[in-house]
Design a protein around this ligand. Structure first.
Ligand SMILES: [Zn+2]
Length: 217
C-alpha cells in the first residue's frame, strides 16, 4: 500500500516537473521573441548607449536604428532597430544578415542607420564590401560617437567606407531627438515625453565632427 502511494506521489512530482519545464521553456521563448522583435528601444538603453560622451567605457553594445526608403513605383519607408546578438555578431552584420536579404536587386534603396557608435574595423570592411557589391543601395550612417578613431587601422577602414559611397555623419542634437521620437518606447497611455538633451551634447557633437573631418579629409 505504502509503495503504491509513494509511486503515485513520485508520478505526481514527475508530472509537476515536466509542467514546470514546459512553462519555463515557454517563458524563455517569449522573452527571446520579445528581445528580437520589439519595435522600439527601451528609453533606458537609449539614454545610456546613445549618449555621445567622449569616453565610452561600459558602452560596449551597439544599437542600430534603421530607416529604409524603397524607391519604386510607390515609395515606401520602413523602420526598425537591431542590437548585438549576444556577442555572436555586431548589429551592423545582423542588418546585412537579416534585413538586407529582404531587399530586391531591381529596386533602389536609401538606407539610414542611426548607431550609438561608429563600426569596428570588421564591420567597416563588411559595409564597404556590401556597398561595392550592391549598387542599388545608398547608405548613410549617423553615429553618436567614433569608436577607436585613434587607431590607424580604424581610420583606414572609415576612409574605405567613404570611397565605397557610404556617408558617415556624426549625430547632431536634432538627430538624437529624431531617434528619441521615432525609435524609443514611450510609456503607454502617456503623451510622448519631450527629448531632454544632456548637458554636453552640442560640445561632444562638435568634438567628434572635427575628428571625423580630420580622418576623412
Ligand atoms: Zn562591429
Amino acid at each position: 500500500m505504502r509503495g503504491v502511494q509513494d509511486s503515485g506521489r513520485l508520478l505526481a512530482s514527475k508530472k509537476q516537473s515536466v509542467l514546470l519545464f514546459v512553462i519555463s521553456l515557454w517563458l524563455l521563448s517569449a522573452s527571446l521573441l520579445s528581445a528580437f522583435h520589439r519595435e522600439r528601444l527601451p528609453a533606458i538603453f537609449f539614454k545610456f548607449q546613445f549618449r555621445n560622451v567622449e569616453y565610452s567605457s561600459g558602452r560596449n553594445k551597439t544599437f542600430l536604428c534603421y530607416v529604409i526608403e524603397t524607391q519604386g513605383k510607390e515609395s515606401t519607408t520602413s523602420r526598425g532597430y537591431l542590437e548585438d546578438e549576444h556577442a555572436a555578431s555586431h548589429a551592423e552584420i545582423a542588418f546585412f544578415n537579416t534585413i538586407l536579404p529582404k531587399c530586391e536587386s531591381s529596386l533602389r534603396y536609401n538606407i539610414t542607420w542611426y548607431v550609438s557608435s561608429s563600426p569596428c574595423v570588421t564591420c567597416a570592411e563588411r559595409i564597404s564590401e556590401t556597398l561595392r557589391k550592391n549598387k542599388n543601395l545608398r547608405l548613410t550612417i549617423m553615429v553618436g560617437r567614433l569608436f577607436m578613431w585613434e587607431e590607424p587601422e580604424m581610420q583606414a577602414a572609415l576612409k574605405k567606407m567613404k570611397s565605397a559611397g557610404c556617408k558617415l555623419r556624426i549625430m547632431k542634437p536634432q538627430d538624437f531627438e529624431y531617434v528619441w521620437q521615432n525609435f524609443v518606447e514611450q510609456e503607454e497611455g502617456e503623451e510622448a515625453k519631450a527629448f531632454v538633451p544632456w548637458e554636453d551634447i552640442q560640445e561632444n557633437f562638435q568634438y567628434y565632427e572635427e575628428k571625423l573631418a580630420e580622418i576623412l579629409q
